[in-house]
Design a binder for this molecule. Structure first.
Ligand code: HAM
Length: 449
């Protein structure tokens, strides 16, 4: 047998000191997350502009909450046994040992902030809106991402169904104003804890008798969260639930009146809605009203299973987290889905007004002066373009031509010293030298013509 060579201590030290091999650099974003490139930003800007304008019009004030919360804020609010909590959270421990999660949605964090900052003393309802990224570790597919963006509104401290209707009105209006005209609102009421209890028992009784026909997940849901079976997309479960008892037939007097009034408001608002007895939503905090915004074809059929947005009432959440009894209602829209739908429909998008003036410069001193002049023009509301990085006047004028501006201002070395500027009318080619201090008034006068 060959004798094994003994490794010297020096070699061992060398091996230990050697740097580990570099990991391969993957030049791609993580699965389910993507870059939103400049070409698509026009849709996103439009979505943000329209949604934030609607929030302001309806008297909602912006709130920003951290991207990360203590994990139990989410698990208590959204509920153990829901897909979001059981399968989709990005959870980790900090260096200090705190258990935290990336937010899968906003409502839980907003309820936490409401309690933390004593907002219950503010005039009711407290109306808040938000926008930002959320994270759910789900299987990525069309319209479903692991990083996605929401805009949403929450009204805390009001139980009148008129606010539920107003929420639906706002969401619907935002979607409609984005050019997505074929939208339907699916609505349902899942009752309050007291009427839901007896409804839950009825459901258990019904599904127990059909247990063999349910998918594995729903067999488990029967034990943990039977309402979720109504939400299952598996064909066999869809068939079984077709004859399941419906929540609206088992509402208590208060919940029934609330729902009836909400539907009357929606009729008054002429918002196309449909009662969907299987709509239970994937979060446990809901009480009474639940709704979703669906994109539909001309004939009224749902185009995709992906909702553009959804929401509902959550009268018990604030109290459950340790605050006062606070009826509340809200909704969130999925910005990724809205932007994609707009693009697909070729929806009209808002374009920034084109610049009407170009500012060209020549020489170091003139370039310095140009920065200030540019700012002055912009501040006075004149849309102005430039290409300060280019040295030659010819190439700058080419850019001005391409942009189709009406006036080009030329600031050369001589003009900069004399405190003047050349004003060139692009249509006629006529040039005039004017006092630099009068440039704003002169441009305004010429653009008004
Ligand atoms: P949600 O239905 O879970 O409700 O989400 C609202 C919207 O966010 C969905 O309708 C969808 O447009 C978008 N969305 C959700 N998950 C994804 C995903 N993986 N990829 C792309 N878009 C997605 C909530 O989050 C509740 N907090 C709504 C609410 C507010 N209820 C009361 N107040």
């Amino acid at each position: 047998m060959p004798r094994q060579k003994k490794i010297s201590k020096k070699s061992i030290r060398k091996i230990k000191a050697a740097k580990p091999e570099k990991e391969e650099l993957l030049l791609q974003s993580p699965r389910g997350m993507r870059d939103i490139l400049p070409a698509d930003q026009i849709y996103w800007q439009q979505v943000r502009r329209v949604s934030e304008k609607a929030a302001a019009d309806f008297g909602y004030r912006r709130i920003d909450v951290p991207l990360v919360e203590f994990t139990n804020i989410f698990s208590r609010s959204i509920g153990e046994g829901t897909d979001i909590i059981d399968k989709e959270m990005y959870s980790f421990s900090t260096k200090g040992g705190e258990k935290v999660s990336l937010r899968p949605e906003f409502t839980a964090g907003i309820a936490r902030a409401y309690i933390q900052h004593g907002m219950h003393v503010s005039p009711k309802p407290v109306k808040l809106y938000y926008t930002g990224p959320c994270y759910r570790y789900d299987r990525p597919q069309e319209g479903r991402f692991r990083e996605f963006f929401q805009f949403g509104c929450e009204a805390l401290g009001e139980q009148d169904p008129v606010i539920d209707a107003q929420m639906i009105q706002m969401g619907w209006r935002v979607i409609y104003q984005l050019g997505i005209k074929n939208v339907r609102v699916n609505v349902n009421s899942i009752g309050c804890p007291s009427c839901r209890k007896s409804y839950r028992n009825l459901l258990i009784h019904y599904f127990e008798s059909k247990k063999q026909k349910l998918c594995i997940d729903c067999k488990r849901r029967l034990e943990t969260n039977p309402l979720r079976i109504l939400d299952c997309k598996e064909d066999k479960c869809v068939q079984v639930r077709a004859s399941a008892p419906q929540s609206i037939d088992h509402l208590c007097e208060e919940c029934r009146t609330h729902f009836k009034e909400l539907l009357e408001y929606l009729e008054e608002l002429e918002i196309p809605f449909e009662l969907d007895s299987n709509l239970v939503r994937g979060l446990d905090y809901y009480t009474k009203t639940v709704f979703e915004f669906m994109s539909v074809s001309e004939s009224g059929e749902e185009k995709r299973k992906n909702a553009l947005g959804g929401g509902g009432r959550y009268d018990g959440l604030v109290k459950m987290l340790g605050g006062e009894n606070t009826p509340a209602v809200g909704f969130s829209l999925g910005l990724d889905r809205l932007a994609a739908e707009m693009k697909k429909l070729g929806a009209r998008i808002y374009k920034e007004p084109k610049p009407r003036v170009f500012l060209a410069q020549l020489g170091v001193f003139a370039k310095k002066k140009s920065l200030k002049m540019f700012e002055g023009l912009e501040r006075s509301g004149i849309r102005v373009a430039e290409s300060f990085g280019r040295g030659s006047l010819k190439s700058q004028l080419k850019v001005a031509d391409r942009l189709g501006v009406e006036i080009t201002l030329i600031l050369g070395q001589k003009e900069a010293i004399d405190q003047t500027v050349i004003v060139k009318d692009m249509a006629s080619g006529n040039q005039e030298i004017i006092d630099a201090g009068k440039v704003i008034d002169e441009i305004k006068r010429r653009l008004k013509k």
